[in-house]
Design a protein around this ligand. Structure first.
Ligand code: MRU
Length: 352
């Protein structure tokens, strides 16, 4: 892929009075459309409707969202009032990915350290903080790729679920960063992509990212994973995560847990790739991770037309939790966490 083909999931345009531009991921892979967010409500809607999605990208959007939320503040009191309103509002957009709350906490903490300064200097420091969250994510994704690529051999088949790619992060992704880095190192990896019902992030987004980079990509329906494993086509599974509890239980897109169980049944290692911003050490285990429930029509009207009888009961949890015991290792920007336990997590993350 040439550098002119590079796409930016999110970018800030201008200075403190600027705006956020993001790829509207609901339109991919058919249309490539960018969306300008100039109000807090637009940022909230973009996160809620998955125009921007993926745990790290949601956190980055929220950081810039706060900058938009305080743009009209003329004095210090107004900055803090608008900051608090913006943070509370953005926090209601999606509940599962902890990166959202991590980024909002970071913006709040930065503002608190600036008490007594002028509105203009607080606004400019908060924009710098949002830019840092963005830049740090870029670096973390590349580091995850370097650590993860050591796990893959030339010629290997790998399965992934949902989209943990450049579109879900500042750039390169987490799980997909491992494949991109392996490719950069000259390894040929064959990636099987679950389509990821109901919103098809695998088919629409992961397959789009991988094929643009000429990675050997094979799309399958979610229900085909067991058969693909039994046929010996994959030797590893790598997915991203939305929130990892202190004991290593990991929430990710609905369907991830079943893939992990299938991988165990077939003796295939299952890995999670995630930056340190995805860990929530304040919760002891996965039972405390809030699971987002989404609208019924994502299931009943999945392909632009009605695909289920009117009025049928629907349950649509957007995420599930894979117990730590099914995870061979967690690939972070600081290295591999294995075995997955609270002690090893704290040790690798430096939060003992
Ligand atoms: O509902 P989504 O599309 O935001 O879900 C995204 C995922 O589950 C990703 O796997 C996860 O956020 C990791 S992204 C690096």
């Amino acid at each position: 892929m040439s550098s002119s083909d590079k796409v930016e999931t999110l970018r800030w345009v201008g200075d403190v009075d600027g705006h956020l531009v993001l790829i509207d991921q609901t339109k991919l892979p058919v249309e490539f459309q960018e969306l300008e967010c100039r109000s807090l409500e637009q940022v909230w809607e973009a996160i809620k409707q998955l125009r921007v999605r993926g745990a790290p990208a949601i956190g980055i959007a929220a950081g810039y969202g706060v900058c938009i939320g305080i743009q009209r503040a003329v004095d210090e009191n107004a900055v803090f009032a608008q900051l608090s309103k913006s943070v509370d509002y953005l926090a209601t957009s999606r509940p599962t990915a902890v990166n959202l709350f991590w980024a909002l906490d970071r913006m709040k903490a930065k503002a608190s350290s600036l008490k007594g300064e002028s509105a203009a200097s607080i606004r400019s420091a908060l924009l710098a903080e949002a830019r840092s969250i963005h830049e740090e994510d870029r670096a973390m994704c590349h580091a995850i790729g370097r650590h993860g690529a050591t796990l893959l051999r030339d010629g290997q088949g790998v399965l992934t679920h949902c989209n943990a790619g450049g579109l879900a992060t500042a750039e390169y992704g987490t799980a997909l960063s491992v494949f991109f880095t392996a490719q950069d190192e000259g390894k040929h990896v064959r990636v099987f992509v679950d389509e990821t019902r109901p919103l098809l992030q695998g088919a629409r987004l992961t397959a789009w990212e991988l094929t643009r980079r000429n990675i050997d990509t094979t799309l399958i329906c979610d229900s085909m994973a067991a058969q693909v494993m039994r046929e010996g086509k994959v030797q590893a599974v790598i997915t991203g995560a939305d929130r990892i509890a202190a004991n290593g239980d990991s929430a990710n897109k609905i369907g991830t847990y079943s893939i992990a169980v299938l991988a165990r049944a077939h003796g295939i290692p299952f890995y999670i790739a995630a930056p340190s911003s995805t860990f929530d050490l304040s919760i002891s285990d996965g039972s405390k991770i809030p699971i987002e429930e989404r609208a019924a029509d994502e299931i009943t009207h999945g392909f632009g037309r009605q695909t289920a009888p009117t009025g049928v009961n629907v349950y649509n949890p957007a995420f599930d939790v894979t117990p730590a015991e099914y995870i061979q290792a967690i690939i972070t920007e600081r290295g591999l966490i294995a075995p997955v336990s609270e002690a090893s997590i704290r040790q690798v993350l430096g939060r003992e």
